[in-house]
Design a protein around this ligand. Sequence first.
Ligand code: ADP
Length: 562
Amino acid sequence: MARAGGQQSPLEVLRTEAPAASRRARGPLLRLLLLARPMRSQLLFAVLAGAVATGSGVALLAVSGFLLARASQHPNIVAIFRRLERLAPAGLAAFRSGDLLARLISDVDATQDLFVRGLAPPLTAALVGTAATLAAAALLVPAGLVLCAGLLLAGLAVPLLAAATARRSALRSAEARGRLGAVLTDMLTGAADLRVFGATSTALAGGSQLDPELTRLARRSATAADLGAGLTSAAAGGALWAVLLLGVAATGAGVLTRVPLAVITLTALAAFEAVTSLPAAAIQIGQARSSAARVAAVLDTQDPVRDPAEPDPMPCGPLHISVHGACVRYEPAGPLALAGVDLDLPPGRRIAVVGPTGAGKSTLAAVLLRFCDLAAGSVTVNGRPLSSFEADAVRRRIGGCPQDPHIFDTTIRANLLLARPTATDEELANAADRARLRDWIESLPQGWETRVGSHGTHLSGGQRQRLAFARALLADPAVLILDEPTAHLDPESRRALMADLLAATAGRGILLITHELEGLDRLDEIVVLAHGRVAERGTHADLVTSGGVYQRMWEAGERGRS
Ligand code: ADP
């Protein structure tokens, strides 16, 4: 290391400082330490700098540990899932499921990287760069100015250029990842159908079209990052040379001695370390921004139903639901899916809703479950508007089976407990009994712990529907809404399930949406919907001879049965 002119080296001091006798009396290490006394402030500074450097590493690890642990306590992904849950089902129609998955996982991940990989490096570089510039300027002003210019070029201009180059590809690759997710999810869900129709290669070809696009976007992003890295190195090299030349010239002119020259040069060299990661950080910020926009699109989707600011408490006892002139549209200027429907459902009354596909039957069920609000008309529960209650509170008292109930890839027990996590074994057995599943479950080698497979693929169609029905019974709502509980079943299983279903729900208010007309003579009223309106209503006995839609449906069913 260079020394200030005229200073002796420790070894020279060692030779000349003390007489030979006293030199021999002291240990060599102690003598060295004593000899270092004149440089004690520099040594102290070196110790402090070393402690700050090592301490920073320790602090960084400690903070990372803290942040990771905190993040695991409040994962963003859970917050976003809660939002999705509130949007389901109507509010999610605008998103494809695989795209939602991409937003939930990779986009949330990208936004989580914002601080550590995006914001922390420029802030650190700003602090280090300022300190290095001030230190260099204190020793030689022109060198400080050149260092400052080099740092601004490498740490600001180049990252901005890299970010601008990568901006469009960041947005488009987030979208393309979403599209790929959507295609893959669709293909995985429909894998069996694709095989049946021999359409796997066509579907794969469709999906693989996205591959070159993603590769091109990834290449563009990598080019931007490499361009940034190259330009940063070039700027750093140029500035270092300039600092060195200025320093040498100043030393030659006697303005600067050799020691500060080395300090300036090494300070500049080290300062550029802080800016080398900035182009990548700028690209990361761009990616986090695109991903944040995609996550925000989900968060900002308007709730399909609005909870009241001060909700009424949901009544505890029997419920009397009245619907007057209910109108629903899915799009603000779209057609009416329900166009003025009236319905009276006092406690214990059992109503069937029948009608062709698209008549508005599921929409009526969605209205009663508070999944969608009315465009006009009213729904009241015990005389209070349905909209004065919280949607979740409504669904605790008015429940049932959706049209395609989801069977989770877990055990029979866990699938049932979903409806009531605190249910006892006896309550589970009772619900399974009423859905005529108990004997079958208990005959299985693993009984209640039998796993049902993805989407319940280890079960028959009838068993799946019965499991969903048992789940609805276990939740024990005051009013049960059953949407096509016998869909996808063969006629015999359909009739058997319908009979069991009607027996199990005797005395409870139900709204039964169905295509299966057999057994409906046991219901109090049948409402026939067509084009969102009530086409006919009455009992089975009234309607079967009325000469209307119901009679035609019944006769078509009769022909099928015979
Ligand atoms: P049904 O249950 O009788 O088959 P639906 O209630 O499902 O009929 O549908 C009634 C009408 O509303 C149909 O024209 C259907 O296309 C439309 N519809 C249903 N769900 C949506 C939705 N999420 N977005 C837009 N239109 C919808």
